[in-house]
Design a protein around this ligand. Structure first.
Ligand code: PGA
Length: 252
């Protein structure tokens, strides 16, 4: 691989304390600084974001918020805004994660979040993917519609600032990952969908894969599926596993 892979460490609701978050961050930072073929984005729980980002002076690690509201402020108890996350030095935002969609996030919410993130000059990490696999190939229709809705307010000239992750819910938190050749087919399909809605700008769409990525399956996925990187859950909260994953990417 000539280009650096982008590896997004989605810590989800982990670890339980800030003390542990600092330790995990230190280990992740060290691994990221050694890696010559990956750039790392850490998405910690929002409550740890500012404390972690303000201690970090380097440039090899960037920060993401795992979810945030599109409005800059208002009566939304329990929410944080993309504006606030940006102020805490999150330059990326995971949007439309399957676990958020499962909690009721709609395509329309996703569209507003993508537009709001871009307006703040944040990079949306837009997640799409079906909940279940059926024999009828329904995943293609689901992904087409999610992409159309999420990117409806994005001008073709702004597409280069969006990362799209294919992460079907059935592959998240499991023992096996998707077949890389199948991911390759899906990536071709996703580009075609965006070319249909946004014209030629869709050809260079940056596509990542997510769902049970680890050091055992990442190499084949990079080589055979031609993805630009990964959204990583469990392997990102295990310092050794994450470092092993970055090493595999070095040799892919
Ligand atoms: P996983 O999670 O790597 O544990 O499957 C991925 C994600 O949900 O981002």
């Amino acid at each position: 691989m000539n280009m650096r892979a982008l590896v997004v460490a989605n810590w989800k609701m982990n670890p339980p304390t800030f003390r542990e978050a600092k330790k995990l961050f230190e280990a992740t930072r060290k691994a990221a600084e050694k890696a010559r073929k990956s750039n790392v984005v850490i998405a910690p729980p929002a409550v740890f974001l500012r404390e972690l980002s303000k201690r970090y002076r380097g440039s090899r690690v960037a920060f993401a918020v795992q979810n945030a509201h599109w409005e800059a402020g208002g009566a939304h108890t329990g929410e944080i805004s993309l504006r606030q996350a940006h102020d805490a030095r999150a330059h990326y935002a995971i949007i439309g994660h399957a676990e958020r969609r499962a909690e009721g996030e709609t395509d329309d919410d996703v569209r507003k979040k993508v537009a709001s993130a871009l307006a703040l000059k944040m990079t949306p990490i837009l997640c799409v993917g079906e909940k279940e696999r059926t024999d009828g190939g329904d995943q293609y229709g689901v992904v087409r519609e999610q992409l159309r809705a999420a990117l409806a307010d994005v001008a073709p000239a702004k597409l280069g600032g969006v990362l799209v992750v294919y992460e079907p819910l059935w592959s998240v938190g499991k023992d096996t990952t998707m077949d890389p050749r199948e991911m390759h087919q899906m990536a071709i399909f996703m580009r075609k969908c965006i070319v249909d809605t946004h014209g030629d700008a869709g050809r260079s769409l940056k596509i990542l894969y997510g769902g049970s990525v680890d050091e055992k399956n990442a190499g084949a996925m990079l080589r055979e599926a031609e993805v630009r990187g990964f959204l990583v859950g469990r392997a990102s909260i295990d310092a050794k596993g994450f470092s092993a994953l970055l090493k595999v990417i070095e040799n892919a």
